[in-house]
Design a protein around this ligand. Structure first.
Ligand SMILES: [Zn+2]
Length: 85
């Protein structure tokens, strides 16, 4: 884990803009190991975009790249994402 690692709460602003719901308390299930946990507890890496990794197995859960008013979201590492209305 390098200096660029943060927790998922640091992605809260971007996630909230994209999903328009509170995302840090949304519960994601890792497709790799099946661990479930709040998005705010994942490992967040910043590079060209945001990379959210599973705190249990470090698999990539979500990738987000933003440019201006557009965002690209890759959710293939999530088995499910439980949102609270
Ligand atoms: Zn996992």
């Amino acid at each position: 884990m390098g200096a660029l690692m943060l927790d998922g709460n640091a992605a809260a602003g971007v996630l909230q803009e994209i999903f328009a719901v509170e995302m840090t308390t949304a519960v994601g299930t890792c497709d790799s190991c099946g661990a479930a946990g709040e998005v705010g507890r994942v490992q967040l890496y910043r590079g060209a975009g945001l990379i959210l990794r599973c705190p249990s197995c470090e698999a990539v859960l979500m990738k987000i790249v933003t440019s201006g008013t557009r965002a690209w979201v890759d959710l293939r590492g999530l088995r499910t994402l439980q949102l609270n209305a």
